[in-house]
Design a protein around this ligand. Structure first.
Ligand SMILES: Cc1ncc(COP(=O)(O)O)c(C=O)c1O
Length: 414
């Protein structure tokens, strides 16, 4: 007898769909392809020698703890040094818990806060991994248009007013204030302050996802939302971009009242994040390896960013707009309104260049003429060539649109 497994799915699993983007990205692995699509750090930048040295030290000197189960909160010494290095001891280690990447932190948020149909506020576009994490708990997305300076606060205020006037509430506001994934924007100080005011007015919980904080190449560092309103903010960051993604190690700074609830949820997911990796991260920070590494990546990625911006300026046709990110790994391009980047994608693949279709980052639809471009992964000359090819693809698309349809094309064929 065959079993009908799908009839056994939970309602949550029923709603989970394979990511279209992952399927499309599979097409980008053919030889000769330049992919500006991935969201990966440059593997040439991994601190390989340092990690090798630290691994030997951890195994030789800390194996009893590093290879054992650990506490759900994380290794105390690591939480202490994170509080000191990243938060100037303005938060204590008892407010921090480690997660298996920030991605697990997002899942925990869903588990703790979202019942089916609950409203959460996100920018449009927003991080795809957050969309999938919150969708899994059947959240309703309230999308706030974003521009070069982050989410539009006037629109946020309007939407909140309308929602609360109906007696409804939002569970949290999810933001990526620095070097946004996907749109590369940095939220202005004025908007940060305004979000803080709205948080007080509407009793909001803010989620500040900040994986790229240390990857600033230009401009002034701005205060975190967590600095401005710690009692209402959950702050998340990660070792993925400042050490290696395979660490699968993030940290979460959480208001006291919700800390234990989040820990209970994490416990049922994975008991603890890898103690081995936590010891590696601890030694990395203790040994002073973070600072020179960040200096190196800033230099290298900063140059790739510059090359991408210069190449776009040179090769993209009139009518294109793009963000000028002050940091991070991504730039966001908005093309002529007639272009649909989803429809254009096969032409890009034919021309051996790939991007991420912007629409994928809009949970409620939109962004048809947008795309995300990654500048951290490829070598500068490859970034340049990729943009040149993409410029060509966009030109071809525009030319095709400008070409009048032949008469026969207007006949109605059966
Ligand atoms: C905005 C944002 N949040 C979270 C993550 C997930 O990070 P992690 O590798 O720590 O799971 C990413 C990864 O790219 C990201 O861009």
């Amino acid at each position: 007898m065959t079993t009908n497994f799908s009839s056994k799915y939970s309602a949550n699993a029923e709603g989970m769909k394979a990511s279209e983007i992952r399927e499309l990205l599979k097409l980008t692995s053919k030889p000769g392809m330049i992919s500006l699509a991935g969201g990966l750090p440059d593997p040439a930048m991994f601190p390989v020698d340092v990690i090798r040295e630290l691994a030997v030290d951890v195994i030789n000197n800390h194996s009893a703890s590093a290879l054992q189960y650990g506490s759900t909160e994380g290794v105390p010494a690591l939480r202490e040094i994170i509080a000191k290095k990243f938060h100037d001891n303005k938060v204590g280690p008892e407010q921090i818990f480690m997660s298996t990447g920030s991605q697990e932190g997002l899942d925990i948020l869903g588990k703790v806060f979202i019942d089916p149909g609950d409203k959460i506020v996100v920018s449009a576009p927003t991080y795809l991994g957050a969309i999938t994490a919150f969708k899994a708990y059947r959240a309703k997305f309230v999308t706030i248009e974003a521009d070069d300076y982050g989410m539009n606060i006037e629109i946020l205020e309007e939407r909140l007013r309308a929602i609360y006037a109906k007696g409804d509430v939002v569970k949290f506001v999810y933001t990526i204030p620095n070097f946004h994934n996907p749109n590369g924007s940095t939220m202005s100080l004025k908007r940060r302050k305004k979000i803080v005011k709205l948080a007080e007015e509407y009793d909001l919980l803010i989620v500040e996802d900040d994986p790229y904080a240390q990857l600033r190449y230009t401009g002034e560092q701005l205060p975190r939302l967590h600095d401005l309103i710690p009692e209402r903010t959950i702050y998340m960051s990660t070792f993925s971009k400042i050490m290696a993604p395979a660490m699968r190690l993030g940290w979460n700074v959480v208001p006291e009242e919700i800390y234990s609830k989040m820990i209970i949820c994490k416990q049922s997911i994975d008991l603890c994040s890898s103690p081995l990796n936590q010891y590696l991260a601890l030694k990395y920070l203790e040994g002073g390896h973070l600072e020179p590494h960040i200096e190196r990546i800033r230099k290298v990625y900063g140059n790739k960013r510059k090359v991408m911006l210069e190449s776009i300026e040179e090769y993209f046709p009139m009518g294109s707009h793009w963000t000028k990110p002050e940091g991070g790994m991504f730039l966001w391009a908005t093309l002529d309104h007639r272009i649909n980047t989803r429809k254009m994608f096969p032409r890009a693949l034919e021309n051996n260049v790939a991007y991420v279709i912007g629409g994928a980052f809009y949970p409620n639809g939109g962004g048809e003429n947008t795309m995300r471009l990654n500048f951290s992964f490829s070598a500068p000359e490859i970034v340049r060539e990729g943009i040149k090819r993409l410029g060509n693809v966009i030109e071809q698309e525009l030319e095709l649109m400008a070409t009048p349809m032949p008469e026969w094309a207007e006949l109605n064929f059966p």
